[in-house]
Write a protein that binds this ligand. Sequence first.
Ligand code: TMP
Ligand code: ASP
Length: 236
Amino acid sequence: MQKCKQLYEGKAKKVFLTEEPDVLIVSYKDDATAFNGQKKGTIVGKGAINNRMTNFLFQKMEEKGVSTHFIQELNDRETAVRRVEIVPLEVIVRNVAAGSFSKRLGVEEGKELAEPTIEFSYKNDALEDPLINSYFAKALELATSEEIETIKRYAFMVNDILKAEFLKAGLRLIDFKIEFGRYHGKIILADEISPDTCRLWDVESGDKMDKDRFRRDLGNVEEAYIEVARRLGLEI
Ligand code: TMP
Ligand code: ASP
């Protein structure tokens, strides 16, 4: 599989066309941003970790019946994926109050929720990804009712699978963000699942093992990413 022209460069990944019209190559960067790109930095080794981790977790998803864009890992940073049309929604599932949920609703970080929640943000950097609901998504034609139902069902399946995988690694899944794409009319899981897009707390100590270490200047950012990868049994 050969990289052709660069199609797109995002905050954490580059995307390349290939000679196959239905196949793209994603290349994971070490660049890190937070607060809609206002805070910028580098997390050394992050690209390779997020690539390996996403591929490992996406293969788990496939085994459990969630279709994904994953095709083949090409090297430590690059993966061949199905070319999808991204649904412009950030889908966030939460098990424990943290981050913007805690801030917006005045709930202490760490409070276990009675049941998992799901929320949608409109993927639009200029508007800073505003929170919307499924009625907005339908009214703005971001997704159809049927697609939203599929997205919700998949998102909760992803939550169950991720919770179990991370628990085996001594990590509590607090919340995460995922994105979906359309592939020949079907909704499939796209983008990534990594410490950039999940909150993961050590089961014993409660230590934060994710991008909040970068967002909140907690130090030992690289070490946390490496530790999560090690605990999942990934070779980095
Ligand atoms: P939040 O509490 O800031 O809304 O974040 C919820 C989850 O979504 C958390 O695991 C971090 C992840 N996330 C992203 O992956 N990308 C983003 O742009 C934001 C704001 C959050
Ligand atoms: N990746 C997002 C950004 O730069 C936000 C985040 O993950 O906190 O804007």
